[in-house]
Design a protein around this ligand. Structure first.
Ligand code: PRP
Ligand code: ADE
Length: 176
């Protein structure tokens, strides 16, 4: 499905929620995009299309990134690596603390999930300050894997998240 269809669906279905989760944050809610089958299909295809043939596995960031990563993995016949919030993964983990637009937290990964050198396409819903994706890239590289690219549905350009991702190939379906 063409990227223009995905963009139209994102613009039509996404919602703006003022002061969520904390006062002063303008929250961009993509749950209606996830809930619409045609939109999820178009968005999934548009996220992976620029990276076709260039990755071995897809990584998703808990929680919203999991929806997109699993959809993209099924569509392309790849597996999923889960980058999780703290205390959820059962075996030995690598850990990164980070800040995001409305707080601070930690992400973790099982570093033995893939072979060294595996090419990982990293998918998430929103690129805001870039803290989440920078921490995720660090976990991927500390695990011995390669970041093949980063694909997001929505980039909030006023927060300049790409400056936290120097040298990365970042694909955003919609940039606000
Ligand atoms: O670019 P940043 O400033 O780091 O923000 C982007 C992140 O914020 C949201 O995740 P959140 O941690 O709110 O988790 P959720 O998916 O569980 O809602 C979003 O899904 C991104 O992962
Ligand atoms: N403004 C925002 N809307 C939705 N998700 C976000 N993650 C970080 N900032 C966000």
């Amino acid at each position: 499905m063409p990227t223009a269809t995905a963009r139209e669906a994102i613009e039509r279905l996404s919602r703006v929620v003022p002061d969520f989760p904390t006062p002063g944050i303008t929250f961009r809610d993509l749950t209606p995009v996830f809930a619409d089958g045609a939109a999820l299909h178009a968005v999934t295809d548009a996220l992976v299309a620029p990276f076709a043939g260039g990755f071995d596995v897809i990584a998703g960031v808990e929680a919203r990134g999991f929806v997109l990563a699993a959809s993209a993995a099924y569509a392309t016949g790849h597996g999923v690596v889960m980058i999780r919030k703290p205390g959820k993964l059962p075996r030995a983990v690598l850990t990164e603390d980070y800040d995001l637009e409305y707080g601070s937290t930690t992400l973790e990964v099982h570093p033995d999930e893939l072979e060294r050198g595996a090419r990982v396409l990293l998918i998430d819903d929103v690129l805001a300050t870039g803290g989440t994706l920078a921490a995720s890239c660090s976990l991927i590289e500390r695990s011995g894997w390669v970041v093949a690219g980063i694909s997001v549905v929505l980039e909030l350009s006023e927060l300049a998240g790409t400056t936290r991702l120097p040298g990365r190939r970042v694909h955003s379906l919609v940039t606000l």
